[in-house]
Design a protein around this ligand. Structure first.
Ligand SMILES: *[C@@H]1O[C@H](CO)[C@@H](O)[C@H](O)[C@H]1NC(C)=O
Ligand SMILES: *[C@@H]1O[C@H](CO)[C@@H](O)[C@H](O)[C@H]1NC(C)=O
Length: 418
């Protein structure tokens, strides 16, 4: 019975948000403003994840788009907003993809749509009022150029209800792959901007404006939209930065090594699921490297040249099989964030969160030099450091939170599992 009521509310809200085109924004708000103290609007969406940090180098989710729905594998990226698919529009330059390229319908997002404006900074010119051209460029230099279209996405709510919201997505017909390019159909934009999928689902009254992920160190995991798949009383959280709002950032942090403050601080940190490794800006990177190598001196472990993408590796007398074999050589790391007046929150990074065992049995540092790859002063917490935790980006409370978790089993219903 309870589910039934929620379902009715859901579709009621769906019907209400389809606004007559003349409706002003103010009038629309009146209709679908939900009490912010209420429980979740409806439910959540949970998507299983596939892939791993090493050796594959990325995680991906399946989304189903179009009518009839077709599957696409996409990279869940909290570092960017726009969801786009390699697109047969026709394609000028596409990369290898697991599925046939997306074929757009004729439902173009017009240039003056607010979603289009949010993709362009400042004065945005409409060359053609009927279409919205976009270009996204990623930190590694890769890019996608295309046009925004509306299409339906098939999603299951945790209540068991199937929904087919209409979403604006990019039809990417010209991609330049960067060095960390992944052979996928596209990107799933989980950023907090208007075009982000969470923001779009939220503005249709379907979910609360919350997104999270759980990457398993054994590979796979899950992604969720909405807030009813975790126990909020167990979440460790820190406010999102008010100064740096473009990405999910807790502001400035300090590196803690083996439980001790290191003085490597004032590091502007971003949580970015689109990055497999963690990056520190050169000073902090060199500082951490110094602490690690100091700790290793006199131990039966020496530097090894192993994987070309991972510049620092060490081997022992015998090949290492798991992180357990190197527990006695390394110490845990953490990032500490100021959490208001005098209080601090620590994001713990156990050995599994910054080291990995290469295919040759060496232990390699999964933290890289951000300055070297052009990240300037940004410090990025990548997938490796977020494994075995639910990481929750709560755009309603403006917090980033996490809970240690077993990410192997996606929650199936809206009962609290963790
Ligand atoms: C939705 O749930 C049905 C039934 O459990 C399942 O067969 C289907 O694959 C799910 N679809 C999506 C898009 O997750
Ligand atoms: C990190 O990158 C910067 C910029 O390329 C470089 O100057 C520095 O030597 C690098 N540090 C290490 C330890 O590789």
């Amino acid at each position: 019975m309870k589910t039934g009521i929620i379902v009715v509310l859901c579709f009621l809200s769906l019907a209400l948000i389809v606004p007559p085109s003349s409706a002003s924004d103010d009038r629309r708000q009146k209709w679908w403003k939900w009490p912010s103290t209420g429980k979740s609007i409806c439910s959540s969406v949970v998507l299983p994840l596939y892939g791993n940090v090493y050796p594959q180098g990325y995680y991906y989710a399946q989304i189903n788009i179009g009518h009839p729905p077709r599957p696409y594998f996409v990279d869940p990226d909290t570092g960017s907003d726009l969801t786009w698919l390699q697109c047969d529009a026709p394609c000028v330059h596409c990369t290898q993809a697991p599925h046939p390229y997306y074929r757009p319908n004729n439902d173009l997002v017009p240039c003056k749509d607010p979603l289009c404006a949010s993709l362009h900074s400042g004065d945005h010119r409409c060359d053609d009022p009927n279409q919205c051209d976009y270009e996204v460029e990623y930190a590694d230099g890769g890019s996608s150029l295309g046009v925004l279209v509306n299409d339906v996405s098939l999603l299951n709510l945790t209540t068991g209800v199937r929904i087919t919201p209409r979403l604006a997505i990019g039809c990417g017909y010209d991609q330049i792959p960067g060095p960390s390019y992944q052979p996928l159909d596209g990107v799933l934009g989980l950023g907090k901007g208007k075009t982000g999928i969470v923001s779009q689902l939220h503005s249709q009254g379907l979910i609360r404006n919350v997104v999270g992920h759980c990457f398993s160190s054994r590979g796979g995991g899950f992604l969720f939209f909405g807030d009813d798949v975790y126990d909020s009383s167990r979440v460790i959280s820190t406010p999102m930065s008010r100064d740096y709002r473009k990405h999910y950032s807790p502001g400035y942090g300090e590196v803690i090594y083996g439980g001790k403050a290191t003085g490597l601080k004032n590091l502007l940190v971003i949580f970015d699921s689109g990055s497999s490794y963690t990056y520190l800006s050169s000073q902090a990177y060199e500082g951490l490297l110094y602490l690690i190598t100091k700790e290793l001196s006199g131990k039966p472990i020496r530097e090894a040249v192993d994987d070309e993408t991972l510049p620092f590796c060490w081997k022992g007398r015998k090949p290492f099989r798991s992180i357990r074999d190197v527990k006695k050589y390394f110490k845990p790391v953490a990032l500490s964030f100021s959490n208001g007046w005098r209080s601090k929150t620590q994001f713990e990074i156990p050995l599994e969160g910054y080291l990995l065992i290469s295919s040759r049995g060496s232990v390699c540092l999964g933290v890289l030099n951000g300055t070297e790859v052009g990240l300037q002063n940004f410090n990025i917490i990548g997938d490796i450091s977020m494994q075995d935790k639910m990481v929750i980006y709560d755009n309603e409370k403006q917090t980033i939170g996490w809970i240690p978790a077993n990410c192997d089993n996606p929650p199936r219903s809206n009962t609290i599992i963790f």
